[in-house]
Design a protein around this ligand. Structure first.
Ligand SMILES: Cc1ncc(COP(=O)(O)O)c(C=O)c1O
Length: 393
């Protein structure tokens, strides 16, 4: 079956964060929204079909996490990432961001140090700071249009009170797919310093040709023993509204501690539709995902070509994974505040502002390219016209 990713679907007034919060976020309900990380593509037929079938049974009472859900997660990880996991290692979470917060609460105390690697997805900052933990920034190094980890800085910042490192793998917003060597080094540093490694791998299925995702916990048994991996079908299959994610925790003691907290806050039962959609996605989604990745790669190429030809002042940090693309706008020479208002008011675009991801994001914007190519084209024309007008003044 051929899936049509060119179809433009109106999402306004569907309760969509991306569309219906524009006035609140950007002060303008008309900006073209290419920000929050969901996709403007139709939910595939095999997922909609499974949901519709469940709706025929017209009782939607309290639900268990079905055992078949755990099995589908294990099968998917074996097929996609060559990672053999046991069903009993898997725990439910109503989302990856909720999981990050629960893990911070379960495994650290107020005042403990937690390392994150900015520029990074902004809820990493709040997961640490909202609970009174100490944020330790180990910024990625940006050199010649590429980001890499700074191990020397990392080791120098670990102190006795440092308990956890939250890894983003693949990395949002820079699009890095971390190599097994990098992951081994990170894992070994955590082991040596008695730190827990929380690995957010929500983007792990969205990897471009030539790259391969390695789950950090698959590197060695020792690393698996201190690692909690957070995953979800929500990015891959565009199911964020169903609030269904999972953690893989090989160590029984760590798993028990997490599940006890999950129980105490009564969010462990999940969402009937989330499990049905996840199983349909993982059971039948390979072909759709293949076509999705080909389309996203086409969009990425289109973006790169357009900018190289018409707007070479804006650099693309080419993602190895994810549909989130990090644009280096530093050559425009605007201050952080004025770059944001330029994109909103002059270009009419709703992007993610670089400094949301930490001060390292100054001069950058994040654009979400998971939209029909015609919309991406429209966005790039708007950007080009605004920059032309800006320099013509
Ligand atoms: C790295 C990362 N983690 C987590 C999330 C969100 O996860 P959830 O919707 O399951 O809370 C996102 C969404 O953009 C993300 O980029």
């Amino acid at each position: 079956m051929h899936y049509n990713f060119d179809e433009i679907i109106n999402r306004e007034k569907t309760g969509s964060v991306k569309y219906d919060l524009r006035e609140r976020i950007f002060g303008d309900e008309k900006v073209l929204p290419l920000w929050v990380a969901d996709m403007d593509f139709r939910t595939p037929d095999f997922i909609m079909g499974a949901l519709q079938k469940r709706l025929e049974h017209e009782i939607l009472g309290y639900t268990l996490v079905p055992p078949s859900f755990y099995q589908s997660v294990a099968d998917w990880n074996k097929r996609r990432h060559n990672w053999m996991i046991k069903s009993e290692w898997i725990s439910f979470s109503p989302g990856v961001v909720p999981a990050l917060n629960l893990l911070v609460m379960a495994f650290t105390q107020p005042g403990d140090g937690i390392i994150i690697q900015p520029p990074v997805y902004f809820p990493f900052f709040t997961a640490v700071e909202n609970h009174g933990r100490r944020l330790i920034a180990n910024p990625l190094r940006y050199e010649q249009g590429r980001y890499e980890m700074d191990f020397r800085d990392l080791e120098s910042k670990i102190d006795k009170g440092t308990r956890m490192l939250i890894l983003c793998s693949p990395h949002n917003p820079t699009g890095n797919v971390w190599s097994p060597e990098v992951l081994r080094r990170i894992g070994e540093i955590c082991i040596r310093n008695k730190m827990l490694l929380v690995s957010d791998e929500i983007h792990s299925d969205l990897v471009f040709t030539g790259f391969r995702h390695t789950p950090a916990a698959s590197i060695s048994e020792d690393i698996a023993g201190i690692t909690i991996t957070c995953m979800s079908p929500s990015k891959t299959f565009n199911l964020a509204g169903l609030s269904t994610a999972y953690l893989i925790i090989p160590d029984a003691g760590l798993r028990k501690k997490y599940e006890t907290l999950l129980d105490h806050v009564h969010v462990g039962s999940g969402n009937i539709f989330g499990f049905i959609a996840a199983e349909a996605a993982y059971g039948k989604g390979e072909e759709w995902l293949k076509q999705l990745m080909a389309y996203l790669e086409g969009n990425l190429m289109f973006l790169r070509d357009f900018l190289a030809k018409h707007l070479p002042m804006i650099g693309v940090v080419s993602p190895e994974a994810t549909y989130l693309t990090w644009l280096d706008c530093s050559k425009l020479g605007m201050s952080p505040g004025s770059l944001r208002s330029f994109m909103i008011q002059e270009a009419g675009l709703g992007l993610n502002d670089g400094p949301q991801f930490g001060k390292e994001g100054e001069g950058f914007q994040r654009i979400n390219i998971a939209c029909p190519r015609r919309i991406l084209y429209e966005a790039l024309v708007k950007m080009h016209t605004a920059v032309k007008n800006y320099f013509a003044k």
